[in-house]
Design a protein around this ligand. Structure first.
Ligand code: SAH
Ligand code: SF4
Ligand code: F3S
Length: 480
C-alpha cells in the first residue's frame, strides 16, 4: 500500500454540528435521568497509547457536557465506552475478555449502553467477531470519525437499531474545539498530528489510523495557551512520528520550529513529545532541545532491533550504525538526556545472532529504559505473511534474553543519579501511604517522597536519596 499524502482541513462547520448534537443529547440524558432516578453515569476505559488516552479525554468531555457523571466503576455505569487498541493481539484479547463480563451488567441494568471505538474497530475481522459473538454491543465507531460521537449517541438513543455501526476508511478532516475532560489538571497531551505513513512491516497503526495529517500550528498553540490558562504546566506533544510534523502543511513548519513556538508560551514549564522515529530526527531538533529549559531531558527513540537484517525486513529505514551515531550526537549535545526505546523480539526470521546484535546495541547505548514486546502477527501487515515465523518457545527465549539485559542497563542507569538534586513535578499521592507523594523528574524517572495532596501539580527540588531499582526514594530540599 502506498501512502497518499494530502492536507488536512479543520472543519469548523462540523464542530458547530457536533456541538448542536451535544445539546440534543442533553435531552436524552435528562429523560434517562427521570427514568432511572439519578444522574446517569459514564465509564470510559482506554486501551493502548497516549493518543488513545487523549481521545478518551475528548469522548468523556462530550459525555460530561451532555450531563453524564463520570464513574470508574463499570458495574454502576449507564454507558460504558471502550476505546480499543489493536497494536498487539493481547490488547484485542483483553477487550474480548472484558466484553464477556459486560453482558452480565446489561442483564442487571436494562438502560446500560455499550459503545466501542478506537483502533480495533478499524479492523473488519474485529467488527465481524463482535457482531457474531457480542451482539449486545450498542454502538461501534472507528478512529476517523470520533468527532461524530455526539451525533452517533443521539442516533443510538433515538432509534431501536441494534448495534449502530459507523466506521470510516479514511478522513482528511480534523475537528477542533469539542469539549475535553482532562485526567490531570496540571498536565495534558496535545495532538500535533494523526496517522502514520511509515508502514513498518509488523505494524497495524498505518492501517487503523490512516495517513499522516498535521494539525495547524496556530490551532496547536491556541490549545496550549488555553491549557496554560487553566493551570497546565506540562504538555506532551503527541504523534506516531513527531519528527515528520508539518511536512504537508500549506506553510510547512518543522517539528523543531513548532517546539520553538511552544516554548514561548507563558506558564508552560515542561514540554515532552512522543514518538520520535530515528530515521528523521533532525540536527535542528537536537539543537532546539539542547538549548531549551522547558523541553524535558528525555527522548523516547524506538529502535525495535539491533540487527541490520531485521531493521531492513521491518522497513525501519535506518541501520544500527545510523542509530548508534544518532545516539552519540544526541548525547554529545545533551549530556544528561535520558534515552528510552521500544524493542520487538521474535520478528520473523530472528536468529540467535540477531538477538546478540540487539543485546550488543542495548549494552552500547545503555538505555535508561526499554519497553520489550514479543512480536505479534497482525493480519494485513506484510510481516504476517513472512515465512519464517518463530515458534512461541523460541520467541520467549529471545524475549527473556533481551529483557534481562534491558533490566540490568536500566538499573545501572538509574543508580547513577543517586544523591543528585532534581526538580520533580509532583503527580500523585501514594496509594499505599497517604503521607507520601510521587514526583516525575525531567528525565522521566519517578521519585517518592514525604508530602501531601497540596503539592500536586507543583515542581520542587528533590534529593534522590535511595535508588530502588527503577525509581527513587527522595527528600525535599527545603532551601530550594
Ligand atoms: N510510532 C511509534 C510506535 C507506535 S506502536 C514508533 O514507530 O516508534 C508502539 C510500539 O509497539 C512500537 O514501537 C513497537 O515496538 C510495538 N509494536 C508495534 N507493532 C507491533 C507488533 N506487531 N508486535 C509487537 N510489537 C509491536
Ligand atoms: Fe507503526 Fe512504524 Fe508508524 Fe510507528 S512508525 S506507528 S511502528 S508504522
Ligand atoms: Fe494501539 Fe491504536 Fe495507539 S493500535 S498503540 S491505540 S494508535
Amino acid at each position: 500500500m502506498r501512502p497518499t499524502d494530502y492536507n488536512s482541513h479543520n472543519d469548523g462547520e462540523e464542530t458547530r454540528r457536533q456541538l448542536m448534537y451535544i445539546d440534543k443529547l442533553t435531552g436524552f440524558v435528562t429523560s434517562l435521568k427521570d427514568e432511572i432516578g439519578h444522574t446517569p453515569k459514564a465509564c470510559v476505559t482506554t486501551f493502548g497509547c497516549q493518543m488513545n488516552a487523549r481521545d478518551s479525554e475528548k469522548l468523556l468531555g462530550i459525555l460530561i457536557t451532555a450531563g453524564f457523571e463520570e464513574t470508574e466503576d463499570e458495574s454502576e455505569a449507564d454507558i460504558i465506552l471502550y476505546n480499543t487498541c489493536s497494536v498487539r493481539d493481547n490488547a484485542n484479547q483483553r477487550v474480548y475478555g472484558r466484553l464477556g463480563v459486560l453482558k452480565g451488567y446489561k442483564k442487571n441494568n436494562p438502560h446500560l449502553r455499550i459503545a466501542l471505538c478506537g483502533c480495533m474497530m478499524q479492523e473488519k475481522t474485529c467488527v465481524d467477531k463482535i457482531k457474531t459473538s457480542y451482539p449486545f454491543v450498542d454502538l461501534i465507531f472507528g478512529t476517523h470519525n470520533i468527532f461524530k460521537f455526539p451525533e452517533l449517541l443521539c442516533r443510538m438513543y433515538s432509534s431501536e437499531t441494534r448495534m449502530l455501526t459507523d466506521v470510516w476508511e479514511e478522513t482528511d478532516t480534523i475537528v477542533e474545539e469539542l469539549p475535553v475532560k482532562r485526567k490531570y489538571p496540571y498536565k495534558s497531551g496535545v495532538n500535533i498530528m494523526f496517522g502514520c505513513n511509515n508502514f513498518c512491516t509488523y505494524c497495524i497503526v498505518p492501517y487503523v489510523r490512516g495517513r499522516e495529517r498535521s494539525r495547524d500550528p496556530e490551532e496547536i498553540l491556541d490549545e496550549i495557551r488555553k491549557l496554560s490558562s487553566t493551570g497546565v504546566i506540562e504538555v506532551m506533544l503527541l504523534g506516531q512520528n513527531v519528527n515528520s510534523y508539518g511536512l504537508n502543511l500549506d506553510t510547512p513548519l518543522s517539528f523543531a520550529g513548532l517546539l520553538r513556538r511552544v516554548e514561548e508560551i507563558d506558564g508552560i514549564k515542561r514540554i515532552r513529545f512522543m514518538t520520535s522515529h530515528p530515521k528523521d530526527l533532525s540536527d535542528e531538533l537536537i539543537d532546539v532541545c539542547a538549548h531549551s529549559d522547558k523541553i524535558c531531558r528525555h527522548l523516547h527513540l524506538p529502535v525495535q532491533t539491533g540487527s541490520d537484517k531485521l531493521l531492513k525486513a521491518m522497513n525501519r529505514s535506518y541501520t544500527r550504525d545510523h542509530y548508534l551515531r544518532l545516539v552519540d550526537k544526541i548525547r554529545t549535545a545533551i549530556p544528561n538526556i535520558s534515552l528510552t526505546t521500544d524493542l520487538i523480539m521474535g520478528f520473523p526470521g530472528e536468529t540467535r545472532k540477531d538477538v546478540e546484535d540487539t543485546i550488543d546495541l542495548i549494552k552500547k547505548v545503555k538505555f535508561d529504559n526499554a519497553y520489550t514486546f514479543e512480536y505479534s502477527k497482525r493480519t494485513g501487515t506484510p510481516a504476517a505473511s513472512y515465512e519464517d515465523q518463530l515458534s512461541p518457545e523460541i520467541m520467549q527465549e529471545h524475549f527473556d534474553a533481551v529483557l534481562s539485559v534491558v533490566q540490568e542497563t536500566a538499573r545501572a542507569a538509574c543508580a547513577t543519579h543517586t544523591g543528585e538534586i532534581h526538580e520533580a513535578l509532583i503527580e500523585t499521592v501514594s496509594d499505599h501511604d497517604p503521607g507520601m507523594v510521587t514526583g516525575r523528574l525531567s528525565n522521566n524517572l519517578l521519585v517518592h517522597l514525604k508530602g501531601d495532596e497540596a503539592m500536586i501539580g507543583h515542581i520542587y527540588p528533590v534529593k534522590l536519596d535511595i535508588c530502588k531499582g527503577f525509581y527513587f526514594l527522595g527528600s525535599m530540599m527545603t532551601n530550594g
